[in-house]
Design a protein around this ligand. Sequence first.
Ligand SMILES: [Zn+2]
Length: 534
Amino acid sequence: MRTTPVLLSVLILAGLPATAQTGSDSAANIKAHMAVLASEELKGREAGSPGYEAAADYVARQMKGLGLQPMGAGGSYFQTVPLVAARAKSEGKLSLKHPSSKETPLVFGKDYITGGDEVFPKLRMNAPLVFVGYGLVAPEKGRDDYKGLDVKGKIVVALSGAPKFLQTEERAYYRGGRAKLQAAKDRGAIGYLSVGTLTGEKLYPFANRVRQYKSWGMSWRQQDGTAFSQVRLPILAGISVAGAEKLFGAKTKDILAQAETDQGAVRGFDLNMSLSAAMESETRTLESRNIIGLLPGSDPKLKNEYIVLSAHLDHLGITPPVKGDKSGDTINNGALDNAAGVSTTLEVARLLKAKPPRRSMIFLVNTAEEKGLIGSEYFARNPPVPVTQIAGNVNLDMPILTYDFTDVVAFGADRSTIGPAVSRAAARMKVKLSPDPMPDEGVFTRSDHYRFVEQGIPAVFLMTGFANGGEKAFLHFMKTNYHKPSDDLKQPINYDAGAKFAKLNAEIARELGDAATAPQWNKGDFFAARFKQK
Ligand SMILES: [Zn+2]
């Protein structure tokens, strides 16, 4: 869909250099970009919406203005991403059947939540339930939560997340859908129910998920028109901590308490009941666009190696207002998530342009991150250059720019030579590289860089750190504004911190772009062992 002329003129006006109350060109540029991208006019930039399209046009114009070379189709900056979207058509119906007693219905919004499923739009299932603890299968840790359990032809019930003893990024891997669903599917399960934990619901309140249950989820369309899915196993519902009682009865308290322990060795068992489920999704096909610009490397040989700097442009669009919010605001502006990351990335391009690094830089501003890292997955599987020539990725998502950061976190830093490169670049700016301050969140698999990891490419996700007020700012944001309409420009955004973040990223790009050798996985790394292209 194209932008309407009226909207375009607003955008072009808004895109002119801002009258800066801030200290530097970079701060003013970032402020100007954010003013456009997080504006009400773009209505929350949901992938597939006119607001997203207008934002994409803005980014492409900026790339052109910066002199980046177009890397999309037919000499444009755009890579079309074919999508299938799905959302719950209704609240669905779930009930439990014990062998002796009659049916116990599960209550939508209290006991469970459902969502759209583009692969299984119409689900009818009636099968026995088997609880598998966390459903963790990690042979290298001597752990198999399925041991002694028969799930063939049954529905697996698993705690969401993964035990705390796992190293933070490996924990993120094991809590992610791919590993858990694959383990269930490999053992013959026909459906999957996820059960919340105390830690999980503290981070993501169930009520917030209920509010958004009708949001569109997405996947990309394959050549044959079907939706791509890493593991074809239907997820029937997410059960809340409150709803767990109906599954586990008197054992609930023990199970939830044990899930919180370091080992999280919650023993599974046959639940001795069956689940009857009827779920329906509405689906539609649509398209969105990644925006791709190239800064060619200055070295005749190394320019054939590419570093991808990425940031997602899409956000949640329009949702029902937050309960109790008197303003009734429904537009999710996504100012920090991730207008801030895109604006920083554009500014990094400007900073590098003056003296391009030896390797080539691809600036990827991608779509459908909020729909499941879909635009980046499409890019990583359909890159404009051979995937073996993509040497590394640095991703920016939701940098908290409301304070003057003095440290940064690079999720994945300990896995490849990108970590030391970030550390060197940061040291030049008197910024510290800190370890992951929130291993419970499983951040490593939750943003676009992970799609590069899955293609065997070393990658990090860079965020402002917890020092100098960062922890307070981050926790406040997560509690008050994350994925809510209030993630808007009324927040106290520190554009000088944005300028500093852009400069740091430019320094990191130089480290990676100018080094004698391309980024390498550390020897024997967990992710390299799983995904590295031979
Ligand atoms: Zn987000």
